[in-house]
Design a binder for this molecule. Structure first.
Ligand code: SF4
Length: 264
């Protein structure tokens, strides 16, 4: 969908309608499985070689458990239908004000996504933010350098790239063996991309990286989590000299993946 935001590429109305219908069908299928996507926006809609929509961005999806009491025992049901998630300018008002929500939130986000395609503009606030997030997984770890090249060469409005080490929860938990890599491995695959972004004047933020998984020369890029209530420090951290500065790790990742740590 990124290409569709290029003002030099004309977008055929029928093509937009096709994207809308296919996405709607996908969301209908998900609703039938009691799944709230919670992250519908242009970057979550991929196109295959035949320009058919593939919905991605399931990392913050959740089960709508009110619909199906059996789901209460499933891991992703830990996350209530009150949790505030999604890309800020695409999320529905009920999420922003902390009300209980349901499948209508995905319809709202789809509406804004279609508006973006028709106007070839993101909501104005997104342009002002000029920030993009890349979560690093086993399946995209070898593409990070290429993504950095693309951002540097094709997206001059981007001022900041946040690289995010995968949090093990929800669908990531279920597909852990296919998608998870440790923060250390994630950093190693990002190193050249980080250098390229910084050399091109683009700010970089590293999220979900314990300091001991990152070279000290890059610590200035590491940010503490915006959800401190989910962060924990393994017992070994008690003897670490940089615990105060370190963002620790998410409790779900700690339990499910046990990333290696190296007290400093
Ligand atoms: S040992 Fe613990 S506190 Fe120290 S850098 Fe690693 S995760 Fe952070």
């Amino acid at each position: 969908m990124q290409n569709c935001n290029n003002s030099y590429v004309p977008i055929d109305q029928n093509f937009i309608l096709k994207i809308f219908k296919q996405t709607l069908n996908g969301l209908k299928y998900l609703a039938g499985k009691s799944i709230l996507h919670r992250n519908i926006e242009p970057d979550s809609l991929l196109l295959d070689e035949s320009n058919n929509v593939k919905i991605s961005g399931f990392n913050i999806s959740a089960l709508y458990y009110d619909n199906n009491p059996e789901n209460k025992n499933k891991e992703s049901a830990l996350f209530t239908n009150y949790t505030a998630v999604g890309k800020l300018y695409f999320i529905a008002p009920e999420i922003k004000i902390g009300k209980k929500y349901d499948f209508k939130i995905d319809m709202f986000s789809l509406g804004l996504t279609m508006l973006c395609l028709m106007s070839k503009k993101y909501p104005i606030e997104v342009w002002r933010n000029r920030e993009t997030n890349q979560t690093i997984r086993k399946i995209n770890k070898d593409d990070i350098e290429h993504i950095a090249d693309l951002i540097c060469s094709k997206f001059p409005s981007v001022l900041r790239v946040n690289l995010i080490s995968l949090e093990v929860r929800g669908n990531c938990f279920i597909n852990k063996n296919k998608v998870y890599i440790s923060p250390k491995e994630s950093f190693e695959h990002s190193r050249i991309a980080i250098q390229k972004l910084l050399r091109n004047g683009i700010d970089v933020g590293l999220y979900n990286y314990p300091l001991c998984n990152v070279d000290p020369g890059y610590w200035f890029l590491c940010k503490k989590s915006i959800s401190p209530n989910k962060v924990r420090y393994p017992n070994e951290c008690d003897i670490c000299n940089v615990k105060e500065k370190c963002g620790g790790m998410f409790i779900t990742t700690m339990k499910a993946a046990k990333p290696e740590i190296f007290p400093i």
